[in-house]
Design a binder for this molecule. Structure first.
Ligand SMILES: C[S@@+](CC[C@H](N)C(=O)[O-])C[C@H]1O[C@@H](n2cnc3c(N)ncnc32)[C@H](O)[C@@H]1O
Length: 135
């Protein structure tokens, strides 16, 4: 199941999956990932690459957690500082453009990233099993 609320992307995925003979494996759904209507415990894995920020890291995890089957996984990418010398101008931009990030105003050290990401997962009822990049 693939979800996006931008119709051209869904249409493109449908065309590609048809061309590759994968229409049985892929369902492309036009919809809002913040308003899923799926039954609880529907998915083994929820994968969101470069998209959860649209509804917020914590809000997305909290909304999607009930949709995971017992023992299921969620894999997400999220904005985070991974360097130690971020220019003030960039910090100011991201802190204002994406205020709901769990990393706002925090240090760039990976141990801090791990703790703050782990906290967001924990408060969403999900145990964090990994964080990349790991250093
Ligand atoms: C930065 S793109 C990432 C797309 C893709 N996952 C990738 O890695 O190339 C973010 C995508 O999220 C979609 N999007 C944003 N808000 C959404 C929402 N509330 N529901 C569904 N899709 C949404 C946008 O249309 C866009 O395709």
């Amino acid at each position: 199941m693939a979800v996006d609320f931008h119709r051209p992307y869904i249409d493109a995925l449908q065309r590609k999956s048809k061309a590759l003979g994968l229409t049985q494996q892929i369902t492309a759904l036009l919809g809002d990932m913040g308003k899923f209507q799926f039954q609880p415990q529907t998915f083994d894995v929820i994968w969101s690459e470069g998209a959860i920020y649209n509804i917020g890291f914590k809000a997305g995890l909290t909304m999607w957690k009930p949709l995971l089957k017992k023992g299921g996984y969620v894999a997400v990418t999220e904005v985070a500082w991974i360097g130690s010398d971020v220019p003030d101008k960039l910090k100011a931009f991201w802190n204002s453009a994406y205020p709901h990030t769990g990393y706002r105003g925090q240090s760039c050290r990976s141990s801090s990233r791990r703790v703050s990401a782990g906290r967001v997962f924990h408060t969403s009822g999900i145990r964090m099993v990994g964080l990349l990049p790991s250093n």
